[in-house]
Design a protein around this ligand. Structure first.
Ligand code: HEM
Length: 212
């Protein structure tokens, strides 16, 4: 067992503020959507909380973005792999999660400081952070003040279209969080990956440190 520092402090701060904020947005979002059926908060309080948390998470997003833009860690999202190798690694990872793991096979991905993610993680985190999160924040901003942003709302086809995109992404995030938490428990112990996201250090069972 060796310890490898893979999650720098800004990423850890961003991650846990983001994780708790997204869960709070999901819960206040449900309260807003199902007012009458759920009455934990008043409609006004739920909207106000949802807006405040939304703005905090928009600011927090830039912690993640600026960290990766201005540090050499950007490489963790761009491993030097040919598209064929990337595709093959993704298939190997799918085979592991869908079948190998249940037979006790070892994880085909070996973590190093600059390759902390397997091919599936690196692809899905980039889609989440560069597509889903920005669209969700942008549609949220438009819905926050449809009068101020009337031009943009009309450009995208009206409040209904913007709201539908926001709700579809809400469903995506609920599914993402469930799958993400399940995958986060698949380290060498149930809590190993989660502890690593808290301390920065992942415990690695093999000797490979190249690239670190
Ligand atoms: C709510 C409970 C959550 C837990 C327990 C959790 C756990 C983890 C863990 C253990 C990692 C380390 C890498 C890995 O194992 O995949 C991670 C990374 C990551 N998580 Fe979460 N997560 C949570 C919520 C979220 C949410 C809501 C989002 C985004 C909407 C998110 C986005 C990410 C991203 C993008 C990374 C990669 C971070 C990097 O750039 O290094 N997580 N998460």
């Amino acid at each position: 067992m060796q310890k490898l520092y893979i999650h720098p402090l800004p990423v850890r701060i961003w991650h846990w503020v983001n994780a708790s904020g997204i869960v709070a947005l999901i819960l206040t979002g449900l309260q807003i959507r199902y007012v009458g059926a759920i009455d934990v908060l008043s409609f006004g309080t739920a909207i106000s909380l949802h807006n405040w948390i939304g703005f905090i998470l928009i600011a927090n997003f830039f912690v993640w973005l600026l960290f990766y833009l201005f540090s050499d860690k950007t490489r963790v999202y761009h491993p030097e792999l040919s598209p064929t190798k990337y595709f093959r690694d993704s298939l190997r990872q799918i085979q592991y999660y869908g079948y190998g793991i249940f037979k006790g096979d070892p994880n085909p991905h070996h973590v190093t400081a600059y390759r902390k993610f397997n091919a599936l993680q690196s692809m899905s985190y980039q889609i989440v952070m560069m597509v889903a999160v920005p669209i969700q924040f942008y549609t949220g901003l438009l819905l926050w003040d449809v009068t101020r942003f009337a031009g943009a709302v009309a450009f995208f086809g009206g409040v209904r279209v913007v709201d539908t995109v926001h709700v579809l992404l809400f469903i995506f995030f609920v599914s993402f969080v469930c799958i993400h938490i399940y995958l986060a428990t698949l380290g060498h112990t149930r809590t190993a990956h989660i502890k690593a996201m808290l301390t920065g250090y992942e415990e690695i069972e093999h000797e490979t440190t190249h690239g670190a």
